[in-house]
Ligand binder design. Structure first.
Ligand code: ADP
Length: 154
């Protein structure tokens, strides 16, 4: 059986923290799909197409990784892609409490397991929210984001 994992998120933008999580999960999977969510109740800072292109450019030399946009429930996307696992990263206890409820819901809904990796040392402070604030105020986001020039603001 092909082992497929989905790493879902808003990725507004995709950071070095996200990149590190994907790279560390990669040896465990035949294929990893980075699912860029289009949550209808959220508004985004970076254009969806540019968020996708940005992530694709980061992993352009990694054939096991693909990037797709999806709408609706993450577990429905897993079923559609025949992915057995959801992949998430954990930084803090706040992440843990939030992720725990979602993981249990997803398991009950479709039997999809969620796997977690702890953030690596030196990356736990990196968050898309703070990076957006830096970008909005003309700060340099290149310490936190690979290939930032691929990103286009809405
Ligand atoms: P969402 O909007 O679904 O929370 P995010 O794009 O904010 O999506 O994050 C996607 C996943 O990456 C989440 O599991 C989040 O906890 C994790 N993550 C975000 N930043 C980091 C980081 N610096 N280190 C490790 N994991 C991270």
């Amino acid at each position: 059986m092909t082992k497929i994992g989905i790493f879902p998120g808003s990725f507004d933008p995709f950071t070095k923290g996200h990149e590190n999580i994907v790279e560390r999960f990669l040896p465990l999977f035949d294929q990893i799909i980075i699912g860029v969510g289009g949550n209808t109740s959220k508004s985004y800072y970076y254009k969806p197409e540019s968020r996708i292109k940005h992530i694709e450019s980061i992993f352009e030399n990694e054939p096991k990784i693909s990037v797709e946009q999806y709408q609706g429930l993450t577990v429905s996307f897993c079923k559609e892609k025949k992915a057995q696992y959801l992949l998430r990263g954990l930084r803090t206890t706040t992440d843990f409490n939030y992720e725990k409820s979602i993981a249990l819901m997803n398991k009950e809904l479709e039997g999809v397991e969620t796997l977690f990796l702890m953030t690596d040392e030196g990356l736990s402070h990196i968050s898309s929210t703070i990076i957006r604030e830096v970008a909005k105020n003309n700060g340099d986001i290149s310490p936190f984001v690979t290939k930032p020039n691929e990103l286009i603001i809405q």
